[in-house]
Ligand binder design. Structure first.
Ligand SMILES: *Cc1c(COP(=O)(O)O)cnc(C)c1O
Length: 361
């Protein structure tokens, strides 16, 4: 018996997409760190990242790293979010590497690493303009790099990194990546050795690989949902991506009711369940289907990249989605299944719910 709502994942195509990205990066001497946070650490997909060539698996959440370690998927585990002071013991316990941007956090990591008898690797994040994490002042960066190298014996300064696109919508360019390389070389001059890792960003930095204008010394990218979602590079940035499978993930929802109803609500209108004042276009009587999936499962209905021209997503409450199927050839009835394309946000929400069934095909 199939259960719904479902998140359908084509594991073979996921792995091939990952392999293809890893291959293109390896040709440029770049390692791909596999970021699994958007999948809520689904072990089958994490294994696809690992088998696809990502030796280092990374997440913003320690719980994911702990699970991977227990299941022995991956060789090294990296914490992406700057460690919270309240989670330092677990960072040392479950992460081999962490991204950092604060001297007092580095000191706390060092003390805990010494306590646990470990050497913990750190990557110092450089702010290049997206305005999330990272050192803005070069002197402060250099000071903490020198402190890590010379004083914090429980830490190993593995390298530097940058992040763009997540908050400030900043694009990865040759210039902001070269700035990161300049910072790395400033540190190298001061500590008298080469850094192991210069991590040039996430998925969006793949554009610099495809265009062939990535600074030479960048040797790591932290690639997240894109091999699974297969959306951003093609549909947002316009790259052909002929080597990428676009059918890795879909959502499937069950039809609860099909009826012809007016398209404009009847009665005095105030706000919906989320306090929004909405505008409803009056298109007369239309055939609509009610689906057993809602905002609790995927977030904001307007963000779903529905590609079926015959199905229009009208709106949703917590557990229901209303779709217009007036122009649909198929004669839907209760119990039928509607399959819809999804992208990053829906994948993130759906994998975080226990009652969304994950089906591997
Ligand atoms: C989430 C995250 C990534 C991966 O981002 P994608 O856009 O999913 O590729 C990389 N680096 C950091 C620091 C992150 O938090």
């Amino acid at each position: 018996m199939e259960r719904y709502p479902q998140l359908v994942i084509n594991l073979e195509h996921a792995r091939e997409n990952i392999e293809n990205i890893v291959k293109r990066c390896e040709e440029k001497g770049i390692r791909v760190t596999g970021v699994i946070k958007v999948l809520n650490g689904l072990p089958e997909v994490c294994r696809a990242y690992y088998e696809g060539g990502c030796k280092v698996l990374a997440s913003s959440r320690i719980q994911h790293l702990r699970d991977l370690r227990e299941k022995e998927i991956g060789e090294e585990f990296e914490l992406l979010r700057i460690p919270m002071m309240s989670e330092i013991p677990d960072v040392i316990r479950y992460a081999d590497i962490s991204l950092n941007s604060d001297g007092s956090v580095l000191k706390a990591l060092n003390e805990e690493a010494l306590r646990q008898g470990k050497i913990h690797k750190v990557i110092l994040m450089v702010e290049v303009g997206d305005l999330r994490e990272g050192y803005w002042d070069k002197d402060e960066l250099l000071r903490d790099a020198l402190m890590t190298e010379n004083e914090l014996k429980g830490l190993y300064l593995e390298g530097v990194g940058m992040n763009v696109g997540c908050y400030g919508s900043v694009l990865p360019t040759f210039e902001n990546m070269q700035y990161l390389v300049d910072c790395a070389e400033m540190i190298e001059d001061a500590i008298g050795r080469k850094l192991d890792v210069i991590s040039g960003g996430g998925t969006s930095s793949l554009m610099r690989i495809i265009d062939g204008d990535i600074p030479e010394r960048i040797n790591d990218l932290r690639v997240g949902g894109e091999p699974i979602v297969a959306y951003t590079l093609k549909h947002v940035y316009g790259y052909p991506m002929e080597w990428q499978h676009e059918d890795v993930i879909r959502m499937r929802a069950e039809v609860l009711e099909v009826r012809d109803k007016p398209s404009h609500p009847i009665g005095e209108l105030a706000v919906d369940a989320f306090g929004h004042k909405n505008v409803y276009e009056d298109r007369g009587i239309r055939k609509r289907a009610l689906l057993g999936i809602g905002r609790q499962d995927y977030g904001e209905p307007a963000d779903i990249p529905n590609e079926d021209p015959h199905i229009e997503i009208l709106g949703a409450s917590s557990d229901h989605t209303i779709v217009d199927i007036e122009d649909c050839d198929r004669d839907y009835k209760a119990g039928d299944i509607i399959e819809i394309r999804i992208k990053y946000a829906q994948l993130m929400y759906m994998t975080s719910r226990q009652d969304v069934y994950v089906k591997y095909i």
